[in-house]
Structures are given as structure tokens and as C-alpha cells.
Design a protein around this ligand. Structure first.
Ligand SMILES: [Zn+2]
Length: 374
């Protein structure tokens, strides 16, 4: 059987079909005429990669038809192609190299499947991290759940910040000169605190000195959470050397499910990196329950041990902005500082009813079934 690029919606598949085709004619699935054709078995490998992240649902688990799952997540087939044709094409591709000696059943596109990650006995990295966050608050020595390979995986979010880059750092309030005039905190007064004053925070334990900076002035000011009418001192800091940071704000390119055999694993790593970004940027209550800092402190320690100079994370207080914590407080030179007065404090809110992933999947599935029966 031969298919053509018009059968597919996924851009990589369209390209793959055209590049590997060595004949033209009428497509056996969508009926397109005078198109480049590719034998379905040429796509068996790429489809197996994608399907490696799904498993047949057990009777007691709630699965979805395989075709629905892959269309919803990856937009594989062209919508104009009738659903029964999509099912046939999927089966033809995957079963094209089926061998009745290897003990596996032929694929049935109508069978109920589920993403491996949501199977009850499978813990994703994010699940494991979640568990650690809760464990470490009771036992600060709890083992961080990252194995030796994790450091390599994290490298996907590595970024180099170049010497000469300028950052901002703020300190609430001001100092008074001999004439009782307001002056901004400057020099070491606005730099990293000395050891006795280094209070426990997101990325450092009590007495451990690190340097927190922001990407821009507005982020720095927002992060000290000043009230309307308050004064804030702000300084520029210049990076003295190149620094290798774990950048949790980095937007990672869309993964291609058809290339690479460990796609499920890579998706989990993506999820974990996003989860860590959320963890680090979470604004904490001022009601200083110091155990709340423990998961992030332990993460920072792990990142530091893996020879990173710091972590960049999204600012929860200035959406779109970012903060960076450097493990070496001497890494940046403190420049000029100035005093600003807060004139507007902006905030927005929403009702906390974000549906869970499982509920969104269910809703999409109902919609799909409705369209199918109409
Ligand atoms: Zn076609």
C-alpha cells in the first residue's frame, strides 16, 4: 500500500514522505492524484517510535482509542482524511512489518490505549520530584531523586551568560545621609549579604551566601514586593566572567515523536524541567515556614555540584521577567545605584479552577466521540 504527504498533517511526516518517495501516482488512502507515493512500511519505524509512549489500557484503567490519543497530542493525520481511512492507514503502517513469530498482536487502532506516563504503576520524573518535595520537608536529608544520567538530561536547558551582561538587584528602602536626605543603598549594602545575615531562601540555606539578581529593573523591584508609595534602591551589576546556568525559562523546541526511540523519556524530562521552573519561581508566603524552601535548596545544591554557576528561573512577580541566582556572590561587580518610588502596584487574579490534565483529556475525548457519531 502507498500513501502520500496529503494524508498527513504533521510537518515532519509530510517532509519524510516527499523525501523518501521514488514513485508518483494516485494515493491509495486519500485519493490524491499525481502525487509522490511512499510505501507504508517505510513509515513503520517512525510510527513505532511514537507509539512507544503508549500502552494498551488494562480492563480497569480508562483508556482512549489509539487514533484519538495520537491525533490529539501530535496531529498526525490530515483532518480531511476520513476517520476510517486514518484508522486503516495507521494499522497498515504499523502492521506492515508485523511478524507472527515475534509474539506481538497486530495493532488495532480502535483498541483502548493510554499514555505510559499516566499508567498507575509508572511514576514519571515529575511524580517522583513531587514525592521528594513532600518527603524532604519531614527529612532534610532525603535523597534527591536524580540519578547519574540526569545531569546530561538537564543540559538541554543549559545556557551561557556572557561576561559584561548587566543585571539588576534591588533592596527595599534607603539610607539617610548626614543631612537626613534619602540615599539609595549602594555597593556592598545592596550586594549579597555577609554570612551572618544570609537568611535561608529559595536557593540557599541559612549562612550560605549566594547572589540573587534580576534580568531587568522592573523584575528586581517587583521581587522585593514593595507596597504603593514605598522606596526601593536598585543597582546595576555587571557579570565579571562567562557563567553556565541552568535556564528554567528556556523555551525548548517542540519534540518530534517520530525520531529517536526514547521519546517518552524525553517528554518526561521536559515536564520535569517545567515543573522545576514552577517550583523555583513560586512566591512563598512570608509566614516563614523554612521547610518550604528545602526542595529548591536541595535542587540548587544538586545543580551547583554539577558545576553550574547558577539557575535562571521565571519571575512570578513580574510575568515575562526572570531572576538568576549565582552560587558565587563575587561573580558580578556592583555598579551605580538609584532610588525609585513605587507609583503603581499592578495585580491580576483569576478563580482557581484550572482543569486537570485528565479532565481536559476526557473533555476532548467526549467532543471527538460526538463528532464521530454526527
Ligand atoms: Zn494520500
Amino acid at each position: 500500500m502507498f500513501c502520500c504527504s496529503n494524508c498527513f498533517a504533521h510537518s515532519w511526516l509530510k517532509m519524510y514522505v516527499n523525501e523518501h518517495s521514488d514513485s508518483t501516482g494516485i494515493c491509495g488512502f486519500c485519493g490524491s492524484e499525481d502525487v509522490r507515493l511512499l510505501s507504508v512500511n517505510e513509515l513503520a519505524g517512525p510510527f513505532r517510535n511514537m507509539l512507544s509512549m503508549y500502552v494498551v489500557a488494562e480492563a480497569f484503567e480508562s483508556g482512549e482509542p489509539l487514533l484519538f490519543l495520537i491525533q490529539w497530542r501530535w496531529d498526525v493525520f490530515e483532518d480531511d482524511l476520513a476517520e476510517s481511512q486514518q484508522e486503516t492507514l495507521l494499522e497498515e503502517i504499523v502492521n506492515s512489518d508485523w511478524d507472527d513469530d515475534d509474539g506481538e498482536d497486530r495493532l488495532d487502532a480502535k483498541e483502548l490505549y493510554m499514555p505510559k506516563a499516566s499508567q498507575w504503576f509508572h511514576n514519571t520524573h515529575s511524580d517522583t520530584w513531587e514525592q521528594f518535595c513532600s518527603d524532604v520537608r519531614g527529612d532534610s536529608e532525603a535523597t534527591i531523586p536524580f540519578d547519574e544520567f540526569m545531569a546530561e538530561e538537564l543540559a538541554e536547558s543549559e545556557e551561557t551568560l556572557r561576561a559584561g551582561m548587566i543585571f539588576s538587584r534591588a533592596r527595599a528602602g534607603f539610607t539617610l545621609d548626614e543631612n537626613q536626605e534619602r540615599f539609595p543603598w549602594s555597593g556592598t549594602e545592596i550586594g549579597a549579604p555577609p554570612v551572618p545575615k544570609a537568611r535561608a531562601a529559595r536557593a540557599n540555606a541559612e549562612g550560605q551566601v549566594v547572589l540573587y539578581v534580576a534580568d531587568e529593573e522592573k523584575t528586581a523591584v517587583s521581587e522585593v514586593r514593595p507596597a504603593l508609595g514605598f522606596y526601593v534602591s536598585v543597582a546595576n551589576l555587571t557579570l565579571r566572567r562567562d557563567c553556565r546556568v541552568l535556564d528554567l525559562t528556556k523555551v525548548l523546541p517542540e519534540l518530534n515523536p517520530f525520531e529517536g526511540e526514547s521519546i517518552g523519556w524525553r517528554i518526561e524530562i521536559r515536564d520535569l524541567l517545567n515543573r522545576l521552573g514552577e517550583e523555583v519561581s513560586q512566591p512563598l508566603e512570608r509566614a516563614d515556614d523554612l521547610t518550604l524552601y528545602l526542595p529548591c535548596q536541595r535542587l540548587a545544591e544538586y545543580i551547583h555540584q554539577n558545576h553550574y554557576d547558577g539557575i535562571r528561573y521565571p519571575s512570578a512577580l513580574n510575568p515575562g521577567g526572570s531572576s538568576i541566582v549565582f552560587f558565587d556572590p563575587e561573580v558580578a561587580e556592583i555598579g551605580e545605584s538609584k532610588l525609585v518610588k513605587v507609583t503603581v502596584v499592578n495585580f491580576e487574579y483569576e478563580v482557581d479552577d484550572e482543569p486537570r490534565f485528565a479532565d481536559r483529556l476526557k473533555a476532548a475525548s467526549l467532543e471527538w466521540n460526538r463528532n464521530r457519531t454526527e
